[in-house]
Ligand binder design. Structure first.
Ligand code: CA
Length: 414
C-alpha cells in the first residue's frame, strides 16, 4: 500500500488513502485543506501559488470558506484532485517531500488550526432508517407487538430539519427550553429534562438536481461527495408533546453537530458491504444499486467528575436498512431539488444488541435502565456540562480510515 512521506502512525484516522476535506482557520485566515496524519495540506495556499495544475479543475474553487464550489465541480473533478494530492504526498514523490521551504508554507500542524463548518448547507434532512432504532422506539412508545408503522418498510421515512443550526464539532450546545407536558396537567414552558443525542452519519450532496428532475438510483452516487459523523441533539420531552401530527420541530432544531473532516465516497469505497435483506422488495425506483458501508461508530460520555470519556454505545452503519442511495433517490423522487452542500442524516444508527443502541432513550429504555458510569454516577439523559464524543472508523485488512470525531459539551439553559 502506498505511504506518504508524512509520518502517519498505524490506525491513525487520516492516512494517505483517506484525505478528507475540511475548512479551517489559521493565523486569522480561513482556508480549505485535506487532513494527512497530524497535518493539514493547505489547498487554498496551493491554488493561489499556482501549484494545482490548471486543467485539474478549470477554475479557482479553494479560495472560499466552504467546500461548496469544489463539490459543485462534480465527480470526475473530485477523483482527479484526489489522485493529484495522493501523488503529491506519496513517499516516492520528491517534489514536495524534499522542498522544505514549500512544506513550511502549505503543511500546517493540525493542532494549530481551528476547524470550521466544512460546507454551507442550505438543506438538512434527517431520516429514520435503522430498523433496530425504529423497532425499539415503536416498542417503547407505541405497540410492542407491531412496533413498525405500516409505511416503514416501503419508504425511507424522513423530515426536513434546520440547516442553520448545524455546527461543527467543538461548538457547545445549550440546553433548550420548550413546551413539556407532565402527567395530566397543561403543558409548561421549561428546560428539557430529557436531553438526548442520536449517533448518525451525515452524507453531503456534492452536485444537486434541477427542481422537477428526480435522480435515478443508478446514478445517485455521482451526486454524493462524502460523509461526516452527525450527532442529532434531541429534547425527548419537547419532541413527545409537539410531534403530532407533523413530526419533529423544536425538540430537534436547536442544534446538530458534525465532525469537521469530510470523508469522500472514493475513500469509503473499499468498505462497502451488502445491506440487510429488504422485505418486501422496495418499489422499482428504490431498488438498491449500491451497498452499505462497514463503519464502526462509538459514542462516549464524560461528566464533570470524569477525567476520561467512557464509551456507552458502539454501533455500525452496515446495519442500516435504507441506504444512502435509496434515501437520496427517494428525497428527489418527487422532483425536490437537492443542492451542493445539503446534509442528509442517515437516522439513528442502532445495531441489534443493547450496547449498539444509538441514542440514550434506547440505552436507558425509556428511563427504566440507568446508564452506569465509571465515576459512580448514573445517567438517563445528559446533565449540564456533560460532554459527548462520537468517533467513526472503517477497517478492512490493513486499511484503516477514520472520520475523526464530533464532540460537544452541554451548556445550561438560559
Ligand atoms: Ca435523528
Amino acid at each position: 500500500m502506498k505511504k506518504s512521506f508524512i509520518e502517519v502512525p498505524k490506525n491513525h484516522p487520516f492516512p494517505l488513502y483517506n484525505l478528507p476535506y475540511g475548512v479551517f482557520e489559521y493565523r486569522n485566515r480561513v482556508a480549505i485543506g485535506v487532513a494527512i496524519g497530524d497535518w493539514v495540506l493547505d489547498l487554498t495556499a496551493m491554488e493561489s501559488k499556482g501549484l494545482l495544475p490548471e486543467n485539474l479543475i478549470g477554475k479557482k474553487v479553494f479560495n472560499q470558506n466552504s467546500l461548496n464550489a469544489f463539490m459543485a465541480t462534480g465527480k470526475e473533478c473530485w477523483k482527479k484532485t484526489r489522485e493529484f494530492i495522493q501523488n503529491m504526498l506519496d513517499s516516492e514523490n520528491s517534489s514536495l517531500r524534499d522542498n522544505q521551504e514549500l512544506r513550511a508554507e502549505i503543511l500546517i500542524p493540525q493542532k494549530e488550526v481551528i476547524v470550521k463548518m466544512p460546507v454551507r448547507a442550505r438543506g438538512y434532512t434527517d431520516f429514520y432508517s435503522s430498523i433496530e432504532h425504529a423497532t425499539n422506539l415503536g416498542k417503547m412508545f407505541r405497540d410492542p407487538a407491531n412496533p413498525l408503522l405500516p409505511n416503514w418498510r416501503h419508504l425511507p421515512i424522513g423530515y426536513d430539519g434546520r440547516a442553520s443550526a448545524i455546527v461543527v464539532s467543538g461548538t457547545k450546545i445549550r440546553r433548550p427550553k420548550g413546551q413539556v407536558k407532565i402527567g395530566a396537567a397543561d403543558p409548561i414552558y421549561t428546560e428539557t429534562k430529557q436531553f438526548d443525542t442520536e449517533i448518525e452519519l451525515g452524507f453531503i450532496i456534492g452536485t444537486g438536481n434541477q427542481l422537477g428532475s428526480p435522480i435515478d438510483i443508478k446514478s445517485v452516487l455521482d451526486h454524493i461527495f462524502g460523509a461526516v459523523i452527525l450527532l442529532d441533539w434531541s429534547a425527548r420531552d419537547i419532541q413527545r408533546y409537539e410531534y403530532v401530527p407533523l413530526g419533529p420541530f423544536l425538540g430537534k432544531n436547536f442544534g446538530t453537530t458534525i465532525s469537521p473532516w469530510v470523508v469522500t465516497m472514493d475513500a469509503l469505497q473499499p468498505f462497502s458491504v451488502d445491506g440487510p435483506q429488504q422485505t418486501p422488495e422496495p418499489l422499482p425506483y428504490l431498488q438498491r444499486k449500491t451497498s452499505n458501508f462497514d463503519i464502526e461508530i462509538s459514542l462516549a460520555i464524560k461528566t464533570e467528575k470524569m477525567s476520561d470519556y467512557q464509551e456507552i454505545a458502539n454501533t455500525n452503519y452496515k446495519h442500516m436498512y435504507w441506504d444512502i442511495s435509496q434515501q437520496v433517490t427517494h428525497h428527489a423522487s418527487n422532483g425536490c431539488n437537492l443542492e451542493s452542500g445539503d446534509i442528509l442524516g442517515t437516522g439513528t444508527i442502532s445495531g441489534p444488541t443493547p450496547s449498539s443502541y444509538g441514542s440514550m432513550v434506547e440505552l436507558n429504555w425509556n428511563s427504566t435502565i440507568p446508564i452506569k458510569l465509571n465515576s459512580g454516577e448514573e445517567r438517563f439523559y445528559l446533565a449540564d456540562y456533560d460532554s459527548m464524543k462520537a468517533v467513526a472508523v472503517a477497517k478492512k485488512d490493513d486499511l484503516c480510515i477514520g472520520f475523526g470525531q464530533a464532540e460537544t459539551t452541554v451548556l445550561p439553559a438560559i
